[in-house]
Design a protein around this ligand. Structure first.
Ligand code: XIL
Length: 390
């Protein structure tokens, strides 16, 4: 340890040397005065927040289940460990969609779904089913034939799947993304392969819900969609819900995907939930696919990949993470006060494994609660610790 006394000695020593050099004759070399010694304290290592086991799920145990989406291949990776340690609900990122579970007519693939269910049961997680019908993952065989034939194929598929997992899945997204983004159509329905196969109408939505209810009377049946943080899309979704209810189509809840970004306000999320509460008392609500992109992209980035914010690479600004943490905290706090919301699922666990690294364009994104090294982010700390300032 270099003390003040040592420093004084050094300085005096230098002075004494100069004096003796003067008195000792002109031939002695003049030695330079040593520079003052500056002692720099070591930079402390950043303190990494480590949540205690179960801290995330426990915090909201009286409000909602906390879910994570995962791929089967990640169950044995760090993501699987974090999921088991901190969550109480699990969603298959893609393995329970029709193109995986129904590869051809009358042929079912249960391998991945069963693996997810086994993981859920081993780790005390509830399984959320996603999704029985989605225009982007429908195998071709299901869509061919007359509307009557398509109805039989869809209902047979749904009956098989829901029956197999009856009592094991607490909620199914029965139809996913059936609402149009086009506000000028005059109705709310997406013009998809399903719309066409139904005969140019939305009858397939009824077929799907009726088959699901018949196969499992206790499972909660959901209509799930993105963009409900925007009033236009939300309004169209509510139009469809109103119509389903008026015709007694079995529907238990509304799923808000909430693929949002750091430019979204928490109030947009609450407005969506509150609008449902105001009009549809008794319907449950889930946040089904929450992630907060670090990019605030225009709509064109999603429709034709133009105008996307450029890649931050490895240098995402700190201010972005601060905003993200504040937004995560505000959303979790606000949802906890809304009793119709009984499940909140994050669409992934760590930034190392998020679909947003590839979608809508390939880019380094960081939308989740653990970073690429699987360290807890300030967003997680902000959710868990109200005294923490992100
Ligand atoms: C995405 C998955 O994250 C990807 O791995 C997959 O390739 C495509 O689907 N809305 C949904 C989810 O309902 O099913 C989507 O998941 C993301 C958008």
């Amino acid at each position: 340890m270099f003390t003040a006394r040592d420093r004084l000695k050094l300085l005096l020593g230098g002075a004494a040397f100069s004096v003796s050099a003067c008195g000792g004759g002109s031939s002695s070399p003049v030695r330079p005065t040593p520079p003052p010694v500056v002692v720099t304290p070591p930079t402390p290592a950043p303190v990494i927040f480590v949540p205690t086991e179960g801290q995330l799920r426990d915090k909201f145990v009286n409000q909602f289940q906390v879910g994570g989406a995962i791929q089967v291949g990640q169950l044995t990776a760090p993501e699987g460990t974090l999921l088991g340690a901190q969550f109480n609900s699990i969603t298959a990122e893609f393995e329970m969609k029709p193109d995986i579970m129904g590869p051809s007519e009358g042929v079912y693939n249960w391998v991945e779904a069963d693996a997810l269910l086994a993981f859920a049961e081993d780790n005390g997680l509830q399984l959320r089913g996603h999704a029985l019908l989605w225009h982007r993952s429908t195998p071709d065989w299901m869509l061919t034939g007359t509307p009557a034939q398509v109805k039989v194929k869809l209902q047979t598929y749904i009956t098989e799947v829901v029956t197999r997992y009856r009592g094991k899945i607490y909620a199914w997204d029965v139809v996913n993304e059936v609402i149009t983004d086009d506000g000028s159509l005059g109705d709310a329905y997406r013009r998809s392969n399903w719309w066409t196969a139904s005969g140019g109408n939305a009858d397939y939505i009824d077929w799907a819900f009726e088959a699901a209810r018949a196969a499992d009377p206790d499972c909660k049946l959901y209509i799930n969609d993105y963009g409900t943080e925007f009033s236009g899309k939300l309004g169209r979704l509510l139009d469809v819900v109103r119509d389903l209810q008026a015709r007694d189509i079995p529907l238990d809840g509304i799923g808000h995907q909430m693929h949002i970004n750091v430019g979204t306000s928490a109030q947009q999320v609450f407005d969506a939930v509150d609008a449902v509460d105001t009009e549809f008392m008794g319907l449950e609500q889930h946040i089904t696919e929450l992630d907060i992109s670090v990019y605030s992209d225009p709509a064109s980035c999603f429709s034709d990949q133009t105008g996307c914010q450029s890649d931050y690479g490895t240098t995402i600004p700190d201010t972005v993470f601060t905003n993200q943490a504040q937004l995560y905290r505000a959303i979790f706090d606000g949802l906890a006060t809304r009793s119709s919301v009984n499940s909140v699922t994050l669409w992934g666990i760590s930034d190392a494994a998020t679909w947003l690294n590839e979608y809508p364009v390939s880019r380094t994104n960081a939308p989740l609660l653990w970073d690429r090294d699987r360290n807890a982010k300030s967003a997680l700390q902000a959710i868990l610790d109200s005294s923490f300032t992100p």
